[in-house]
Design a protein around this ligand. Structure first.
Ligand code: SF4
Ligand code: SF4
Length: 368
C-alpha cells in the first residue's frame, strides 16, 4: 500500500485546505525561509510520501523525547502523527518486547534505504556491549543493523552526539557517540536535551526539502547552532559594560548583571537558547539567574565545575577584561556576533502564532 502524504493525513483529520496552507506558511517562517518557499513546502507536503522514522534509545535518560513532545511550533503531535510515519519508537509505541522488535524489522525491510534513523543515547562498547541490552541484544548490534539501510541518521542530544555524562572519565562502560561506530554521515542535534523546536525544525526541514540542512564542521545544523548563546543574551549589555554578578544573590544578581564570573559558558556555547528559549518561549537558564553550562558542546561534563569561570578563551580577551571595564572585550567578542534568520524567525513565528491563537480563541473562528 502506498504511503500517505502529510496532506492526505491532515485532510483525513478534518483539517481544511486553508488551515493546511497556513501551516505551510508558518513552517516557512519557522525555517527562516521567505514566503516564496510556501508553494514549494505545500507541494512537498501534498506529493511526498510521509518519511518513515525509526527512533531508538541506547544509554540515555529520555530527556530528548521529553523535550520533543513539548514542541510548540510545530506541535510534536503534528510531526509525529502527520508529517512522519513513526514506525518504531520503543519508548512511545504501544507494543513491547518481541512485537516491538518485529515492527522494527518489518519497517527496515519495507522502507530499506528510505527511512530516517533517529538515535537517542549511545552504545557502550565495553564487555561486548553488555551494559545496554535491548530486544535481547547489545544496543550496538541493533544500532548498526538499523543504520545499515537508513537514508539519514540523526543523533538526538549530547549522548548520541558526544557521549555525555555516561562517557565521563573514566567511562567504565566505554559509552561512545554514534558517529564513531557508524559509517553513515550523522546529523548532530546536541544539547542536554536539545530544544524541542530545534528538533522538530530539523525534521521539518528534511521532510520539506528531502535532505538535511547545512551542517557545520562538527555536523550540527548551522540554522540552529550557528551562533553562541552569548551573542543574543539579554544580559549582554552588562557584559559589555563590565557589570558582573560576583556572588549569588549579591546586588549584581538582583540587578540581572552578567553571569560570566559565576561560570556562565555562554561565550563558548553554540546553541539557540538565548533566542528560541525553552518551554514555549517561557525562559532559559540565564533568564532564571543561572549561567549556561554549555550542554550542547562536546565534553562539557568533563570540563570541571559548572561554576568555574571560563579560562580557555583568552584569545577573545574576556578574562583579561572582566575585572576592568568590559568594553574592550565586548569589541572583540562582539565581532563574532551574527544575527541568524532561522532562529529569529522561529521566535517571531511562535510569538505570532501565540498572538493569533489568542485572537482566534477570542473570535471563536473555526476554520476546520
Ligand atoms: S557571559 Fe553568560 S550571562 Fe553574560 S552575556 Fe554571555 S551568555 Fe549572557
Ligand atoms: S543555556 Fe546552556 S546549559 Fe542551558 S540548555 Fe542552553 S546550552 Fe544547555
Amino acid at each position: 500500500m502506498a504511503i500517505e502524504t502529510f496532506y492526505d493525513v491532515m485532510r483525513r483529520q478534518g483539517i481544511s485546505r486553508r488551515s493546511f496552507l497556513k501551516f505551510c506558511s508558518l513552517t516557512a517562517t519557522t525555517l527562516g525561509l521567505s514566503p516564496a518557499f510556501v508553494p514549494k513546502i505545500a507541494w512537498a507536503m501534498e506529493n511526498t510520501p510521509r518519511t518513515p522514522v525509526l527512533w531508538m534509545h541506547g544509554l540515555e535518560c529520555t530527556c530528548c523525547s521529553e523535550s520533543f513532545i513539548r514542541s510548540g511550533n510545530p506541535l510534536a503531535k503534528d510531526v509525529i502523527l502527520s508529517m512522519i510515519s513513526l514506525d518504531y519508537d520503543d519508548t512511545l509505541m504501544a507494543s513491547a518486547g518481541f512485537q516491538a522488535e518485529a515492527c522494527m524489522e518489518e519497517a527496515i525491510a519495507k522502507y530499506k534505504g528510505n527511512y530516517i534513523l533517529a538515535v537517542e543515547g549511545n552504545p557502550p562498547l565495553n564487555e561486548d556491549g553488555m551494559f545496554c541490552i535491548t530486544g535481547g541484544k547489545p544496543f550496538i548490534e541493533k544500532l548498526r543493523h538499523a543504520a545499515k539501510h537508513a537514508k539519514h541518521v540523526i543523533a538526538w542530544g549530547a549522548c548520541a552526539s558526544w557521549g555525555c555524562v555516561q562517557a565521563a572519565r573514566p567511562n567504565p562502560t566505554r559509552a561512545t557517540p554514534i558517529h564513531k561506530v557508524l559509517d553513515n554521515p550523522v546529523i548532530k542535534v546536541p544539547g542536554c536535551p536539545p530544544i524541542a523546536e530545534v528538533m522538530t525544525g530539523v525534521i521539518t526541514y528534511m521532510l520539506t526539502f528531502g535532505h538535511p540542512p547545512e551542517l557545520d564542521r562538527q555536523g550540527r545544523p548551522k540554522m540552529f547552532y550557528g551562533q553562541r548563546n552569548h551573542d543574543k543574551c539579554y544580559r549582554r549589555a552588562h557584559f559589555d559594560a563590565g557589570e558582573f554578578v560576583e556572588s549569588w544573590d549579591d546586588q549584581g544578581a538582583r540587578e540581572g548583571y552578567c553571569l560570566y564570573k559565576m561560570g556562565c559558558k555562554g561565550p563558548t556555547t553554540y546553541n539557540a537558547c538565548s533566542t528560541i528559549r525553552w518551554n514555549g518561549d517561557t525562559s532559559w537558564p540565564v533568564h532564571s539567574g543561572h549561567g549556561c553550562f554549555g550542554c550542547s558542546e562536546n565534553g562539557f561534563w568533563d570540563k570541571g565545575s559548572f561554576y568555574d569561570r571560563l579560562t580557555d578563551i583568552h584569545a577573545f580577551g574576556i578574562d583579561a577584561n572582566a575585572n576592568q571595564i568590559g568594553g574592550t572585550a565586548a569589541a572583540v567578542v562582539g565581532g563574532g556576533v551574527a544575527a541568524h534568520a532561522a532562529v529569529t524567525a522561529v521566535v517571531r513565528a511562535r510569538r505570532n502564532s501565540k498572538n493569533k491563537k489568542q485572537h482566534d480563541d477570542h473570535s471563536g473562528d473555526n476554520n476546520a
